[in-house]
Write a protein that binds this ligand. Sequence first.
Ligand code: FMN
Length: 239
Amino acid sequence: MEFLDTLKQRRSIRSFSDKAVPQSVLDELLNEALESPSSSNTQPYKLAVATGNTCKALGEELVNKYHAANKISKQPLPLKLISAATSSDLPDSDFKPILGKYPGIFQKRRVATGMGLYEVLGIERNDRKARDEQMAKNFNFFNAPVAIFFFVHPGMKHTALVDLGIFMQSLMLAATNKGLGSCAQGALGMWRSPIEKHFKIPKDYKLVCGLALGYPDEHEVNQYRPGKINLDELLIPEK
Ligand SMILES: Cc1cc2nc3c(=O)[nH]c(=O)nc-3n(C[C@H](O)[C@H](O)[C@H](O)COP(=O)(O)O)c2cc1C
């Protein structure tokens, strides 16, 4: 594929066919992503790649965690406090999530993007149940046959996150180039323990997020193309 076509064609895919990704294709994609630059070539990332039964089991475990935690979040405060002290279902993420609204313009962009997605899916703004169900789909990777979890070494501070972001974009473009689809998923950074059950994650590596990978299906959600900011919003004016 021409580079510009690949760049423009990549969009987050949230519905996958059940066609498996051959191991050889997966290896090719990962090797291509390894062409990425990184700070002093440190490559401070490690990946847990779940396929087959591992992917299925992890999806089920994460969906269960999501539903259990969601239930707890709706409890009255005293019960919630008890659950917080006793439940193993609450998120055990390595990086603290942003609680509540995003700051300033970012909340507006977040809401606009979310609303656009719900519109494509025919979900009403105040249909809490349908929104919860859509959110839950994150945790079985939108039925993708491959789920990738990304870890970085925090000793490399913010450069580790920059390097991982570049690696992830390379991987997503490499996937698009081969006719696959992907969705980066911050949601998959919420629970480390289920991944720990299936992979020997080095203690000093921190979970950042995940990615669903597979062949896109025909669902209209995959046609959603949220707008991007323009150059006026991107560029800082000179004094
Ligand atoms: C770090 C990161 C985390 C994301 N987390 C999620 C997520 O948890 N669930 C989801 O459906 N999409 C997630 N996305 C996809 C974004 O919503 C998407 O990239 C954005 O809306 C722009 O759409 P596009 O990827 O189609 O250009 C994430 C993207 C990135 C880069």
